[in-house]
Design a protein around this ligand. Structure first.
Ligand code: PEP
Ligand code: MN
Length: 372
């Protein structure tokens, strides 16, 4: 059970202490406090753990200082969507709002290779009205002899160039908790010209110690990739690890599942699960068409599979698209065969907007139909 404290009540007030004492005195109940800083106000939530089945929703709601009470119906206590749960489905980071109701494109380099390519990419994004990107510095590779990413040595120039082109958020994978400190140090050194969303890759979805470390910090939001060989429930529980440690600014990414049934695509595209994740949880949902489809191929109608998969995710209500671009895909050090080109960026954005517009029209139609 989650008790949401009236936002007007100070944590130092007598009323707050009385509320806390009352809840703590309930038999077989432990109380865990969680504070959430929203754009406008600070919210305090009290998690009641233990024998909550015997508690009455009405009794707890009537206690002075209580704004709302949510009975947790399922797992995923913090990020799950429960019955009568009106808690927010969005968060803000570095001036950018991430929600289940809006959409951002994160086009960028799978792996940073050199400052020239970073600059071409960021400039193209600015020229096309974009404020987010993806930039891989730490690359988890299947083969130990493959390029592992430039790591911390590229961070300063990536952040400087991002600042020059008004990029507000960079999705960047981290594979070890020390990378959080390296990113923080570089942002500090360069004067915080941009922001970072820490990405947890599909190979690390169940790296619980990494999840806990990333969850303990509240500076950076997190993009958690679905594990490519585990159940959806296990992947959502991985997201819940982040929230249970304190960080609930989490976006959940679908990136395809490992299966030869998806051939000739790199993975089996799973974007029909966009509405499923939005129904089960309050997280914004990202799609990664590049790592799902994994190849540049087009059908006789000249539509590329990567764009088709993107449209399928967007028309189903996705809130973020993570997509690989490269100024010279044949020279890319990682995943060149799936990268789109700079020339294709405005086309890609326009195509995404068509699909988003169709989603919004479908929403309107559904509302109209069921209000009859
Ligand atoms: C990536 O986005 O660069 C990546 C490695 O993705 P995934 O973890 O989904 O394979
Ligand atoms: Mn990649």
């Amino acid at each position: 059970m989650i008790v949401i404290v009236d936002p007007d009540i100070e944590k130092t007030s007598d009323q707050y202490h009385q509320l806390l004492n009352y809840l703590s005195s309930l038999p077989n109940i432990q109380v865990r406090e969680h504070e959430e800083q929203g754009a406008q106000q600070r919210l305090t939530e009290l998690y009641l753990v233990g024998d909550t089945a015997s508690l009455s929703l009405d009794d707890i709601s009537a206690v002075p200082g209580v704004d709302k009470v949510v009975r947790i119906s399922k797992e995923y206590r913090i990020l799950g969507r429960h019955k009568n749960d009106t808690r927010s489905t969005h968060f803000e980071y570095n001036g950018v709002r991430f929600g289940q109701d809006n959409l951002h494109i994160f086009a960028g380099l799978c792996a940073v290779d050199n400052p020239e390519h970073v600059e071409i990419m960021m400039k193209a994004l600015k020229d096309n009205g974009q404020v987010c990107t993806r930039m891989g510095a730490y690359k988890p590779r299947s083969n130990p002899y493959s390029f592992q990413g430039h790591g911390k040595s590229c961070l300063d120039y990536v952040f400087d160039i991002a600042g020059k082109y008004d990029i507000k958020v960079i999705a960047m994978e981290v594979t070890h908790e020390s990378h959080i400190d390296e990113i923080s140090a570089s942002l500090e050194k360069t004067g915080h010209p941009t922001g970072v969303m820490l990405q947890i890759g599909t190979r690390n979805t169940q790296n619980f110690e990494l999840l806990k470390a990333i969850g303990r910090q509240r500076v950076f939001p997190v993009l958690l990739k679905r594990g490519f060989g585990i159940t959806l429930e296990e992947s959502i529980n991985a997201a819940e690890y982040l929230a249970s440690e304190g960080n609930r600014n989490v976006v959940f990414a679908l990136r395809g599942m490992k299966s030869h049934f998806g051939d000739p695509h790199r993975n089996m595209v799973d974007f029909s699960h966009v509405p499923v994740v939005k129904r089960l949880t309050r997280m914004p949902v990202c799609i990664d068409p590049s790592h799902s489809v994994g190849i540049r191929v087009e059908s006789p109608d000249h539509m590329q599979d990567i764009l088709q998969a993107t449209a399928q995710g967007i028309i189903a209500g996705a809130n973020m698209v993570l997509v690989d671009f490269h100024p010279a895909p044949d020279k890319a050090l990682v995943d060149g065969p799936q990268a789109l080109t700079m020339k294709e960026l405005p086309y890609f954005i326009e195509d995404v907007m068509i699909a988003r517009d169709a989603y919004e029209k479908r929403l309107g139609l559904a509302k109209q139909f069921y209000s009859k």
